[in-house]
Design a protein around this ligand. Structure first.
Ligand SMILES: Cc1cc2nc3c(=O)[nH]c(=O)nc-3n(C[C@H](O)[C@H](O)[C@H](O)COP(=O)(O)OP(=O)(O)OC[C@H]3O[C@@H](n4cnc5c(N)ncnc54)[C@H](O)[C@@H]3O)c2cc1C
Length: 377
């Protein structure tokens, strides 16, 4: 018996069920698409289970001003997404957006931070929002537990964080509630077009759909050329340390230190070249821990309960890639770092564009055409 589904079964096949694929699938279901999600599954290396869970705005978009605007828009839409998920699947993803800090442990660090913000805000056309450089005594009003090594920091009122594992679960529950088909254990190996529909192959199974969205993280690099797209990626490792639970002391997330809704404190997160997720580098853990203890000395009394290394999904220049294929209209690639921050933008803004079959001007800067190298004679 054939394993193929009926050719008109799905409007959209989403390849990849991490945070990006799940947010897109949720957003498509919201506007009425019949969706199938083909996913390699839980044993795959997923950034979505390894991240630091910030919904972060400050200085995102240095080098691409449009990314700053897209990030701000997503952060502002986040409360809508969190409320919807709470209503639909009764899961609180613990969104908090009180503003957040970069902490400086020396005058040089503070000056570097101030220069970065200056360069960021001086970019032509960049979204303007408040970021302030604060001296130690001002930081202390927000973060009374800082240690003597803290000289100051930058603060942006738009920054926040969530419980990203609960987000992951809530999105999948919401997709199921919408009636979408989720197929774990279905690593896609080939995509082609037969007539008006795409045939998406995973093992012996073939799914057909009117549109296909490649949201398979770093695997997009290999999948994109199957439908005339490209997604140059440079995956990056990141290491995180988690402490035991402690009574709430940190009201504002710091870019490398945040207290979760469950009371644990996450410390992170390194940026290392490479794609090998195996093995923890204890020297890196030690640098992470020592900076954290200098920032908040009370952390020195806590036990570490978990530590892991994850692989960031990282486009070659660090910015999102959103594109519809010219040769295979109806095929889209959606890939980015910061899939937690951008989840609201993906679900509430990008997915409706895909549903309508056209990416709007608002996201044109994220086309992969920016990687085309012009030959100069
Ligand atoms: C250490 C670390 C810290 C981070 N911190 C933050 C943060 O604070 N804030 C933030 O916004 N972001 C953060 N991120 C980034 C964020 O986690 C990612 O942007 C996001 O999880 C990417 O989701 P994704 O779905 O693209 O990729 P993934 O989670 O990697 O998922 C890819 C999915 O595709 C599937 N797949 C792969 N190949 C195939 C195939 N051939 N067929 C079908 N399915 C396939 C896999 O099974 C997987 O489910 C961090 C990441 C790391 C690693």
């Amino acid at each position: 018996m054939s394993n193929a589904l009926r050719s008109d079964d799905f409007d959209v096949a989403v390849v990849g069920g991490g945070l990006v694929g799940a947010a897109i699938a949720y957003g498509l279901g919201r506007v009425g698409s019949r969706v199938v999600v083909l996913d390699e599954g839980d044993m795959a290396i997923r950034a979505s289970r390894a991240n630091f869970a910030l919904v972060w705005v400050q200085s995102k978009g240095l080098g691409m001003p449009e990314y700053a605007g897209w990030t701000v828009a997503s952060a502002k839409k986040w409360p809508t997404l969190a409320d919807e998920l709470k209503r639909e699947v009764k899961l609180d993803v613990h969104l908090q957006q009180p503003g957040g800090f970069h902490i400086a442990l020396s005058e040089e660090e503070l000056e570097r931070r101030a220069n970065t913000l200056k360069r960021f805000h001086n970019q032509a056309g960049v979204a303007q929002y408040p970021t302030e450089i604060l001296r130690r005594d001002q930081v202390m009003k927000y973060l009374p537990e800082i240690g003597p090594d803290v000289v100051g920091g930058s603060y942006c009122p738009l920054d926040g964080h969530v419980n990203s594992l609960k987000l992951f679960r809530a999105l999948h529950a919401a997709i199921a509630g919408q009636g979408a088909t989720y197929l774990p254990g279905h690593a896609v190996s080939a995509i082609d077009r037969g007539g008006r529909a795409f045939r998406v192959r995973a093992g012996s199974r073939t799914v057909t759909a009117g549109k296909v969205v490649l949201a398979a993280g770093n695997a997009n690099r290999h999948l994109a050329p199957m439908v005339g797209l490209k997604a140059p990626m440079k995956p990056e490792r990141g290491q995180i340390v988690v402490t035991e639970r402690v009574k709430p002391f940190l009201k504002y997330p710091v870019v490398t230190i945040r207290q979760t809704d469950e009371g644990t404190v996450m410390l992170g997160d390194s940026k290392e070249e490479g794609t090998d997720p195996a093995g923890l580098n204890l020297e890196i853990s030690s640098v992470i821990a020592s900076r954290a203890v200098r920032t908040f000395p009370l952390l020195g009394k806590l036990n570490v309960v978990r530590s892991w290394r994850g692989i960031r999904v990282m486009p070659a220049d660090g910015f999102p890639i959103y594109e519809q294929s010219e040769t295979h209209p109806g095929a889209f690639v959606v890939t980015c770092h910061s899939g937690v921050t951008l989840a609201a933008g993906h679900a509430l803004t990008l997915a409706p564009m895909i549903h309508a079959g056209r990416l709007a001007e608002e996201v044109s800067a994220f086309s992969a055409r920016r990687f085309d190298v012009q030959e100069v004679a």
